[in-house]
Write a protein that binds this ligand. Structure first.
Ligand code: NAP
Ligand code: MG
Length: 494
């Protein structure tokens, strides 16, 4: 069998866990309801997933609260907590092929990406936060000598995480790592398209020794399970990644319930700016292409706009064209595939609707651009030139393999265009001039800026955005603050 057939067979042989995970056990939804989970790449029914609703969320939050209040995790010796997190990370590594397969059949992403990026990075995030547990110190404030003022970080209690389908395992790990390191309990509501990897992660957490109830997973519909979690009176914080409209609802649910904290990691329309002193346009072109076409553009920080200063467009486009002609698009189980189809028919139809706009206002199609229909979810990498900065194509998050190009007459206009959307998640600038790069980078309104590169990402640095891209930051030591509250304790020494 070829590698492709081997992966395909292994995917079909998977027996994914698809029940709700509460209090360390897999159980059916209280209502007995399930929803069908189809593979995006070939449309086959993978499994029926338990569809949690309010009652299941209530059970999961009660279990998480009981675990939290008992102190079994929240008050465990840091050294022991660390050992459990590290054991869990090791199990995630040992099961990486299964985790990658689950992620691949659920989302349609290339198996090569799931194996090399999603699975190992999720394990690394859990390991990294595990290692922080016995290395983060609290503070003593500079109070007068007759008093002691201690500033300690306290866990918040029960965290609710509502996560999307584009990088299910990785984004879930960004919530789990700091939440658990700080001693909280957590209930995860995965996206309907991608429940399987979170359930496997939970199973492995228990196997590693995480006490039952500390980490629960309730698959279900956003409008039911997601809403019930975000409205729950015993949930102290909602950590959300997904779309702007749903993020807005999260704030509303919080306001209408217990004013829980809400952190939002929303989308973007990240600019890739090429200034005309950039000489390595070949490297720029391939990096720019990867920045948008990786995961078929279904990436919150996808570099979905290129802003090109006058003078370099022709050469840049020639390199982009060459890159795209050799870009391997197709079967997700072929280990050489660089881009596969989109996650769902719904998402494909959303992208199709943007492709319909091409040419309506002078846009020029350079590459790709064909819509697909029926079960065909593979939209070819698409490059559109002459896009008006205020058009929908230039302003809205498409979340598909669509790159729009906008001309800038000079550096000042390039900056204005780069900052000219409601978003502010990520940005890049290409230039040979170090001083110009630094000055430009400081002026870009984005949570992450790359100079002469894109997509350098790691758990060691914070990730999140300005404006409509949300608030709060995932990853790095800063995320520990997002899952804890400061407490001051004064002691009178007189
Ligand atoms: P979405 O609605 O924001 O979904 C994200 C998560 O929120 C899912 O778990 C979803 O559950 C849940 N949810 C949906 N409605 C909810 C509600 N009323 N209350 C509580 N939870 C709710 O995103 P989508 O519909 O899958 O995708 C729409 C667009 O969002 C995409 O085209 C893309 O532009 C953007 N997006 C951004 C990111 C990102 O990384 N920033 C990720 C995904 C999508 P269900 O799965 O059951 O709906
Ligand atoms: Mg699925």
């Amino acid at each position: 069998m070829s590698d492709t057939q081997t992966w395909q067979k292994r995917a079909l042989d998977l027996k994914p866990q698809s029940q709700i995970f509460i209090d360390g056990k897999f159980v059916d939804a209280a209502s007995g309801k399930t929803f069908e989970n189809f593979s995006p790449s070939d449309g086959h029914l993978i499994c029926n997933v338990a569809s949690g609703d309010t009652e299941d969320i209530n059970r999961a939050v009660a279990s998480a609260k009981k675990a939290y209040d008992s102190g079994v995790w929240s008050e465990m010796n840091p050294r022991d907590k660390k050992a459990i997190m590290l054991r869990w990370a090791q199990l995630l590594n040992e099961h990486r092929e299964e985790l990658a397969l689950l992620e691949a059949i659920d989302t349609g992403r290339p198996i090569a990406d799931a194996l090399s990026v999603d699975a190992p990075n999720s394990a690394r995030v859990i390991q990294w936060y595990g290692e922080t547990i016995d290395k983060t110190y609290d503070e003593i404030a500079p109070a007068p000598r007759n008093a002691l003022a201690m500033v300690t970080r306290e866990p918040l209690g029960v965290i609710g995480a509502v996560v999307p389908w584009n990088y299910p395992m990785m984004i879930t790990s960004w919530k789990l790592g700091p939440a658990l390191a700080m001693g909280n309990s957590i209930v995860v509501k995965p996206a309907e398209n991608s429940s399987l990897s979170a359930l496997k992660m939970a199973e492995l957490a228990i196997a590693a020794g995480l006490p039952a109830g500390v980490f629960n997973v309730v698959p279900g519909l956003g409008s039911e399970a997601g809403q019930a979690l975000a409205r729950h009176m015993d949930v102290a914080k909602i950590a959300f990644t997904g779309s702007g409209p749903t993020g807005r609802k999260m704030m509303q649910y919080a306001a209408e319930s217990n004013m829980k904290q809400v952190s939002l990691e929303l989308g973007g329309k990240s600019p890739q700016v090429v200034l005309n002193d950039c000489t390595d346009l070949e490297t720029a072109a391939s990096t720019i292409a990867w920045a948008i076409y990786y995961n078929a553009g279904q990436t919150c920080n996808a570099g979905s706009r290129i802003i090109v200063e006058k003078g370099v467009k022709e050469e840049l486009f020639a390199h982009l064209h060459k890159f795209l002609e050799s870009f391997v698009v197709g079967n997700q189980f072929d280990p050489t595939t660089q881009m596969a189809g989109l996650v769902s028919e719904l998402q494909r139809d959303r992208v199709n609707a943007y492709l319909d706009l091409i040419g309506q206002d002078g846009e020029k199609l350079i590459f790709g651009g064909q819509k697909t229909s029926g079960k065909d979810l593979l939209i070819k990498p698409t490059l559109i030139d002459n896009v008006k900065p205020d058009s929908r194509l230039a302003q809205e998050e498409i979340f598909g393999p669509v790159l729009v190009a906008i001309d800038a007459k000079d550096e000042a206009e390039a900056l204005q265009l780069a900052n000219g959307t409601e978003y502010g998640l990520a940005a890049s600038v290409w230039t040979n001039n170090v001083a110009r790069a630094h000055k430009f980078a400081r002026k870009l309104r984005a949570g992450t800026v790359w100079v002469n590169t894109f997509d350098m990402l790691d758990v060691i640095t914070p990730f999140g955005g300005f404006g409509a891209s949300g608030n709060g930051r995932d990853k790095s030591l800063h995320a520990l603050d997002a899952y804890s509250a400061l407490k001051t304790t004064w002691v009178d020494l007189n």
